[in-house]
Design a protein around this ligand. Sequence first.
Ligand code: ATP
Length: 497
Amino acid sequence: MRKYSLELLIGFFPVLLLFLIYMGVNVLPFVFLAVIAAAVLYTAQGRGKLTALTGGKSRNEVKAAPFSFDQIGGQERAKEELVEALDFLVKRDKIEKLGIRPLKGILLAGPPGTGKTLLAKAAAHYTDSIYLAASGSEFVEMYVGVGAGRVRDLFKEARTKAKKAGKSSAVIFIDEIEVIGGKRDGGQHREYDQTLNQLLTEMDGIHANESPRILLIAATNRKEMLDGALLRPGRFDRHIGVELPDKKGRQHILSIHAANKPLEDSVSLERLAEQTYSFSGAQLESVMNEAAIYAMREACELIAERHFLMAIDKVMLGEKTDRETSEEERRRVALHELGHAIMAELVRPGSVSQVALSPRGGALGYVRHQPQQDQYLYTKPFLNGQIRITLAGAAAEEMFYGDRSTGSRGDFDQAVNIVKTLVESGLTSLGIIHASMMTPESWAAITKEVLDEQMLAAKALLEERRDIFAAALETLLKEESLDGETFRRLMRSGEAA
Ligand code: ATP
C-alpha cells in the first residue's frame, strides 16, 4: 500500500507542475522545495534501512541451515521425549479435541556440550517454526527493568517474525536459564526478580489458540538452582535430561562429524568411541577436528588412528607444552607417574595403555588408561581402588624422596571427589547419611579417615614393588613414553628380579 502511495505521488507531481506552468505560475520555488523534500525523504529512508540492518535485525534470530534430529548423535531418549512433546504443537487439532492444555515450556537439563542447543534448533525445524535464541546472561543488566524489557521484546519479536515469515509457531531458546531463573531469595536481586517475573508473565500469556504459538525451550546445566515458580505445571513442565552419550551414542556422534572427513580405512569409530569414555558431544566434535589438524600438520591426505589418539589426549589433557624441566624434576615426575601406573595394573590388570613424561596442559606427565566399559554403578572396592590409583603418585614420591610435591594437587582433588561419592552413597564408616547432615568438620574427618587408609595401603603395595620402579625408571626417562605392553613387560621383569 505504502509502495503504491509513493508511486501515485511521483506520478501526480509532474502533472501538477505541467498544470501550474500552463496556468502561468512560476514553478521554480515549488521545484526547489520538492527537491529538498525528496532529499530529506531519501536520507530518512536510508537511515531507516540502517536501523533495520543493525538494531532492527534481531541478533537473536538464527537463520542457520535447517537442522534436523538426524544430525544429532546419540540422545535417542531425549529426542523421543522431545518429539513427543513437540507433537503437541504439530498435531494441534488432536490435542484440542482431547482438551489437553498447551505445552508452553520445555526444559533441557544436562552437562555442557551434550547437544541441548542442537535439540532446540531441531525442534524449531520439526515444528516448522521461527527460531530465536538468547542466553540468560544477555538479560542481566545493572539497571532494574532492562532485563524485563528484553524478555518482553524477545517475545514480541518472536511473534512479529513468525507472522512475517507466515509461520504458525515460534521457538524461543534461552540457554543458561539459571542466570535469570535462579531461586529468588527475597529482594536482594531485584533486577533478576523482575526479569524472571516478566518471563513468567509472558509464559502465562501463551494461549492454545493464539497464532503464532510460542514454545519456550530453555537449557541449563544446573537444574537444582532453578526457582520453583519456573518449574511448576503450566510453565516449564516438561523436563528432558540430556546426558553424556554412552558408547553407542559416542560412535554415532563421531560418525556424524566424520562425514566430511577423509579417514584411513583402518580407523574404527567403534574403537574411538571406546577410548572416549565420558566425553561430551562437543568434546567428540573437537576430537574429530583436532585429528584432522594433526593430519594436516603431517601433510597426510587421510586421517589415521594415531591422529585420533593424539587428538583424544589433547582434548583430555590439553596441548603439549614446551616447558623445559630439569633432570631432577623429570625423575620425580617419572617416579610419580610410575606410581600411578603400577597401582593401576595392581587394581585392574592390563589397564594401562600409556605412561608418558611429556608435559601437556597443566600436567608434566600422565598415564592413559584403557577404555572402561560404560559403567553407572560403582562398588566400594572399586572406588577405593580408584582412590589408591590417584594417591599412588604422591605415595611414590614419598617413598623415594621422603616428601611430596605440588604435582599431586589434581590427584587429591579427584580423590576427595571420590570420598564425597562414597559418603553420599552411604559407603563409609558414617553409614547411610545425607550430605545436609555433614558439617565441614565432619567432611574433613571422614575425608582424612578414608584417604589415610588408602594412602597407607597404596604405600605398602608400592613398597613391595620397589624393583619395578628400578626396572622401568631409566627406560621411561630415556623413551619419554611407554605403551601399555612395554610397561607391563618391564613390570614383569621387575617382579621377577
Ligand atoms: P552448553 O550447555 O555448553 O550450552 P549444549 O548442550 O547446548 O552446551 P551444543 O551447543 O548443542 O551443546 O553442542 C556444542 C557442539 O558440540 C555442537 O555444535 C556439535 O558440534 C557438538 N555436539 C554436541 N552434542 C552433539 C550430538 N549429540 N550430536 C552431534 N554433535 C554434537
